[in-house]
Design a binder for this molecule. Structure first.
Ligand code: GCV
Length: 714
């Protein structure tokens, strides 16, 4: 009997393994692709599951367990309402079986989304319990993740997880016509013209993927918002999506256009202090909540890049945000108000958001959260953190990361962004003394905010593999995992993603984890090393154009505004001898950044204009160091290619070939970046590229003629 079951388990395992090689795997299953785990774990997992509660969410829980446990080779699952020994016991205090095991205090501490997974030593039973059904769902996903990724035999488990942020939100920059701003994985997954009657199966698959990593909110439409999203017709469509998301614990939010009262409601203006305008928003909020009772709230881009806002009427951001907040408050909704503002004829762009927002600290309603990009400019491969973090002590701030790779090679480059997110979250702002990290400022630890949130600009489209590049899925995954636990390391995240997405093969996981962890530094090196930024092509933002000049264009949209290369040197002087942006940082950072010899080299040309002959800590001149950095970025990508080629045979053919082809594009484009930047900057430095480095393979004048065609990148 025993032998029979071992043989059948082996057979299942073989099937699972051979399936992954024989079948074409197209990436559509995301991180649910690989149902393998170590044999050690398999023996220790019970297959009887006791669930005493019923709801749509508990139905999903059952389906997940019923699908994964057998696929993992553990055995067929049977569900029961009766407790026994050696079971998986799942639920909330509403379940008598759970209530007999845990007291109320233990569970209330977990809040809405937290969970416990426990198996005491020597016990067979595994307990997965939470305060709510959504917490239970997250617990079940964590349990399955543990089976798939843990190196322990799970004979003993004691996990209590409470998410770092209350609202863990994806922002879709999806337009109502189906295009996606800065989207590189095809058109939008929201099929507005088919809704509400036709429902794409992707909606539920999307909800499942998000719930599995803890994401609990989605802003469906672009922050450059079309007022039509608030029409009755569109709200009917939104309602259908919200209904699909609901059992997965995901709320929908909408980006709204500040001029909606005027554009849609026919009012004379959209002045936030106009009573008719207030009434219009109150009515709109009532209408939305009558259709979608758990609607999350609004995301607003106002007085930014030409969009309307309260300043059009001489009002402040606080006036605008508070008016919307008042309309949503009776229903429990929130306003996420973006601080991405800069004026063409204002001061140094890096200083402007701080100057507009910090004086308003304390004036925002409790249900307003200021959504702040990680850096002061715009999602560059590397920026120092936005000095607004820590500077607004009476206002809730939420970090906004960009998951879509607008400035990092679109979906052609393998770049694991987790290290970028982690670097930002772990940065110490010193705003309230040492250890005032951005993670602690935004997750409520430092300022005790009543609502906390974090946003990521989605990289999702209708491409079969959702994100264009198979490895771009890891950035969606990493955002969710860090939003859940902002103390996780990128190494852990890469490891668990690789195991679930590709294979448990130890060599594959180790090698590709190294590639992933180095990939962001590689892109910084071949695009914008030593603090350079904003060197990319006009408008499409793909490829290098440090020379770009467009007659009549906003200067702060041109690379020359940022690199300021001339015969004397290169870099933007934001020190106290320049724009004084350093003064927006707390001490000791202000002095550290201000002083050339203490400024971290990764930010050197962000804060300083330095001579080509400036000697860095390693003894190289600035010019030589630039050459070494650009070259090392290219070299690393070539090593990534070799590493990947060695992985052939360890994973399915289709994904192997897809990634191989994209790495070839990345290597070519890394050389394009290196040559364009070095050859162009060389026209100012007049210095040779160090002899031991590979020579440029391009000619500057030809590079300048390249016209980038966006049609290949949607
Ligand atoms: C949605 C950058 C991007 C824009 C984007 C904007 C923003 O400027 O290039 O496409 O607009 O940021 O974050 O609002």
């Amino acid at each position: 009997m025993k032998i029979k079951s071992i043989i059948s388990s082996l057979f299942i395992l073989l099937l699972v393994n051979s399936a992954s090689f024989a079948q074409a795997i197209d990436g559509s299953q995301l991180w649910f692709t690989n149902q393998q785990h170590s044999a050690k774990v398999r023996t220790a997992i019970p297959t009887i599951v006791c669930i005493q509660e019923e709801s749509a969410t508990f139905q999903i829980i059952k389906e997940e367990l019923a699908e994964s446990i057998p696929a993992l080779g553990i055995g067929e699952v049977s569900f029961t309402q009766k407790t026994a020994k050696n079971i998986v016991l799942v639920g909330t205090l509403k379940s008598k079986a759970i209530a007999s095991q845990l007291n109320e205090d233990e569970l209330t501490k977990l809040g809405n989304d937290g969970f416990i997974i426990r198996r005491s030593k020597g016990e067979g039973t595994i307990l997965i319990a939470a305060n709510t059904e959504f917490g239970t769902l997250y617990g079940v996903y964590e349990f399955l993740r543990l089976i798939k990724t843990s190196s322990s035999d799970l004979a003993e488990i004691d996990r209590i997880e409470i998410p770092s942020y209350h609202r863990r939100v994806l922002n879709h920059w999806d337009n109502l016509d189906g295009t996606v701003e800065r989207g590189y994985a095809g058109h939008s997954i929201w099929k507005w013209d088919e809704l509400p009657s036709t429902i794409s199966p992707r909606y539920e698959a999307y909800a499942r993927a998000n719930a599995s990593i803890g994401i609990n909110g989605a802003v469906l439409n672009n922050v450059n918002a079309n007022p039509d999203i608030l029409t009755k017709d569109y709200l009917e469509k939104v309602k259908v999506i919200a209904g699909i998301f609901r059992p997965y614990g995901i709320k929908v939010y909408l980006s709204v256009n500040f001029s909606s009262p005027k554009e849609l409601g026919g009012l004379e203006n959209s002045d936030p202090l106009n009573d008719q305008v207030k009434a219009w928003w109150n009515d709109k909020a009532d209408e939305i909540y009558s259709m979608i009772p758990d609607f999350g709230g609004f995301l607003v881009k106002a007085n930014s890049e030409g969009l309307p806002g309260p300043q059009d009427y001489g009002r402040t951001h606080a006036d605008g945000a508070n008016m919307l907040a008042d309309a949503l408050a009776p229903h429990g909704g929130i306003v996420m108000w973006r601080a991405f503002v800069y004026n063409p004829d204002g001061d140094d762009r890096a200083k402007q958001a701080y100057k507009e927002f910090v004086p308003l600290d304390g004036q925002f309603r409790k249900n307003v959260i200021i959504q702040l990009k990680n850096g002061p400019i715009d999602f560059q491969p590397r920026e120092p953190f936005s000095p607004m973090f820590g500077a607004m002590k009476y206002t809730t701030l939420m970090p906004e990361f960009q998951i879509t790779q607008e400035y990092l090679g679109f979906s052609d480059h393998l770049v694991f962004l987790s290290t970028l997110f982690e670097e930002c979250l772990n940065t110490d702002t010193y705003a309230e003394g040492p250890n005032t990290t951005i993670a602690r400022i935004t997750d409520g630890e430092v300022f005790n905010d009543s609502i906390t949130a974090i946003a990521g600009v989605a990289n999702i489209g209708e491409d079969t593999n959702w994100c264009g590049h198979h490895f771009a899925q890891s950035n969606w995954y990493a955002f969710g995992r860090l939003a859940w636990n902002n103390k996780l390391s990128s190494a852990e995240i890469a490891n668990e993603w690789l195991k679930q997405t590709f294979t448990q093969d130890a060599d594959f996981v180790a090698q590709m984890q190294t590639v992933m962890l180095q990939s962001r530094e590689a892109v910084v090196d071949y695009m914008t090393p030593i603090g350079l930024h904003h060197l990319m092509g006009w408008s499409h933002h793909h490829g290098p154009e440090p020379w770009c000049e467009i007659p009549g264009a906003r200067p702060d949209w041109l690379p020359t505004y940022y690199h300021k290369a001339d015969s004397a040197g290169i870099g933007f002087d934001r020190s106290t001898t320049g724009s004084e942006a350093v003064l927006q940082y707390a001490e000791p950072l202000r002095s550290i950044y201000d002083n050339i010899s203490t400024c971290p080299e990764m930010y050197l040309l962000w804060f300083h204009h330095l001579s080509w002959d400036y000697i860095l800590h390693n003894g190289n001149t600035l010019w030589d160091e630039l050459c070494y950095k650009y070259s090392s970025g290219v070299d690393r990508v070539k090593v990534f290619q070799q590493t990947w080629d060695r992985m052939e045979g360890k994973i399915d053919v289709q994904r192997f070939k897809d990634v191989q082809a994209r790495l070839a594009i990345q290597a070519t484009e890394a050389m394009w970046w290196r040559d364009a930047c070095l050859l162009y900057f060389q026209t100012f430095s007049g210095k040779p590229i160090p002899m031991e480095l590979e020579r440029p393979v391009h000619v500057l004048e030809k590079l300048k003629q390249i016209k980038f065609d966006m049609t290949h990148h949607n």
